[in-house]
Ligand binder design. Structure first.
Ligand code: ZN
Length: 143
């Protein structure tokens, strides 16, 4: 008993690893996790967007393809960034709710690849396909 307590208290306190990468403030297992594991479908376009971001952070190519409209998905994703992502910032959303068939989510993030940062600012387009939300493409917002 005493041994276990000592082991637990050793070393610097780590950030909990179950925090969701999408920075919703929820645990991964009660946020994007069930969507990425295909145990549930995201109820809104924003939830799908967040789960795709988390899948990029976790380099889960299968989910990124699964959550893409088949007719607009790329043949191959290429190599996903390994060196990290900037936090996801949801700028604005329109429609994309449980009663909608389409919606947009404007977001900002960025990733580091080969020591260069690649900022992203996109208006993502989402549609319902076979009853579930998928990403159909994105555009640069008008400045
Ligand atoms: Zn999440």
């Amino acid at each position: 008993m005493a041994k276990n307590t000592a082991a637990k208290n050793r070393g610097p306190k780590k950030k909990p690893t179950t925090d969701c990468p999408c920075e919703s403030g929820d645990r991964f297992n009660s946020c994007c996790g069930p969507f990425i594991r295909r145990q549930a479908e995201p109820p809104t376009a924003e939830a799908l967007m967040r789960s795709r971001y988390s899948a990029f952070v976790k380099r889960n190519a299968a989910y990124i393809v699964h959550s893409w409209l088949p007719s607009t998905a790329p043949e191959s994703l290429g190599e996903l960034p390994r060196e990290g992502w900037d936090p996801l910032e949801i700028v604005a959303t329109s429609a994309g709710g449980p009663g909608d068939d389409a919606g947009t989510v404007e977001f900002k993030t960025g990733y580091i690849h080969a020591d260069h940062s690649h900022p992203m600012h996109e208006v993502g387009q989402f549609v319902r396909h076979d009853g579930r939300w998928v990403y159909s493409g994105g555009a640069t917002p008008e400045q």
